[in-house]
Design a protein around this ligand. Structure first.
Ligand code: NDP
Length: 340
């Protein structure tokens, strides 16, 4: 059995879907209430591969909300993630993906030092961040989306916002190794980490967001922002492909411009329907088939019986592992989302 630990994008989102999640009593409650709410298993489903194999999964709602980080409710945020992991393990789930901010909180606050959660001793090899598959899917979206728009990567500039992050650094490694992209723009706040990435790649221009965006043919957003930023489409190149891989979305603007194309980044579509309700709650366009690539990683690990923390730690994602999970992804019938 595989598991998915997820959370909602905001307090407003949580209040609006509390009923559908199965806890209507939370609908009128504020952040304090969500800070004390325990994790719950809210969905139980089956996934069938195009190979014919069927596996069983459970969805754990952690009740974490990004507002907990914005309001410095750090202890509550940590509690949410550890309790959700303990619940997954108690339910004998072999491999569970830490979706959205779950893995970011795990790393940022060193939760590997908090193995004991009441009577559960967490076994970290039962969990994966899902970031290797997410990085792979985003890179395929860059390649296939650019081709669809007639953007020739050998003449293109790609800006990666969140380049030094776990997913961002994997994306940069792939783009450097597997494509002939002309120029990479590396964006993040910490200059030391940016310099280290630039040294590792042996290329890439370190730039601020404002100056980088107008130069980019393709923009990959993989920054861990609890709230999206607004950008003015007039300042962007035309055509421009934007791949927003953040959860919550990194872009706060609803851009309506015929030459600016926004792809939901790190989302895959399965070839067969899945009997879950959870993807409707997180607003996928085709909820029976679309999902976050990190969740799909747990599904792939269960299909392949690779019961190991395939993606773990920070900045460990290699092109070889991206290719390995990518091969499994294609084999079992997943495709990167390509509709804008
Ligand atoms: P990390 O924490 O590893 O990296 C985040 C990156 O964003 C770092 O480079 C960080 O650098 C940068 N960053 C953070 N804030 C800002 C800012 N204000 N301006 C510019 N750069 C910023 O995160 P992950 O790589 O694990 O995840 C990235 C995003 O992908 C998250 O939104 C996450 O929720 C989402 N995600 C999506 C998945 C999917 O399946 N679609 C799966 C997993 C994650 P610095 O701090 O130096 O600025």
């Amino acid at each position: 059995m595989f598991g998915l630990i997820g959370h909602l994008t905001s307090l407003e989102h949580a209040q609006s879907v509390a009923d559908a999640l199965g806890y209507p009593e939370y609908a009128n409650q504020g952040l304090d209430f969500w800070c004390s709410a325990p994790p719950q298993i809210v969905d139980h489903f089956h996934v069938t591969s195009v190979t014919g194999q069927t596996i069983e999964g459970k969805y754990v709602e952690s009740c974490f909300l990004p507002e907990m980080l914005m309001n410095r409710r750090i202890k509550a945020a940590i509690r949410k993630i550890l309790n959700a992991m303990a619940l997954a393990q108690k339910n004998s789930i072999n491999i569970t993906a830490l979706g959205g901010f779950s893995s970011i909180i795990f790393e940022e606050f060193n939760l590997k030092d908090n193995k004991q959660v009441r009577n559960v001793s967490l076994e970290f090899d039962r969990f994966t961040t899902g970031n290797t598959h997410t990085a792979y899917v985003i890179c395929r979206q860059v390649e296939q989306g650019s081709a669809k728009l007639g953007i020739d990567l050998s003449k293109a500039t790609i800006a990666v916002c969140g380049a030094t992050g776990d997913i961002g650094s994997g994306v940069c490694r792939w783009l450097d190794r597997n494509t002939n992209t002309q120029e990479l723009l590396l964006i993040a706040r910490n200059q030391e980490r940016l310099k280290r990435l630039q040294d590792e790649l042996g290329r890439g221009k370190i730039m601020g967001l404002e100056e980088a965006l107008p130069e980019a043919d393709v923009i990959v957003w993989v920054a861990s922002m609890p709230k999206g930023v607004e950008i003015n489409p007039e300042t962007l190149k035309k055509p421009c492909l934007i791949i927003d891989g953040g959860y919550p979305k990194n872009l706060d603007t609803k851009i309506k411009h015929s030459d600016v194309h926004i792809l939901k980044g790190g989302i895959v579509e399965h070839s067969l329907d899945i009997d879950w309700k959870i993807m409707e709650i997180v607003s996928m366009d085709i909820p029976s088939r679309q999902m976050f690539a990190c969740f799909a990683e747990a599904i792939l690990l269960e299909f392949e019986q690779w019961h190991t923390n395939f993606s773990w730690g920070r900045n460990q994602i290699t092109v070889t592992k991206m290719e390995q999970i990518g091969t499994a992804s294609v084999k079992h019938g997943f495709q990167p989302l390509l509709n804008w």
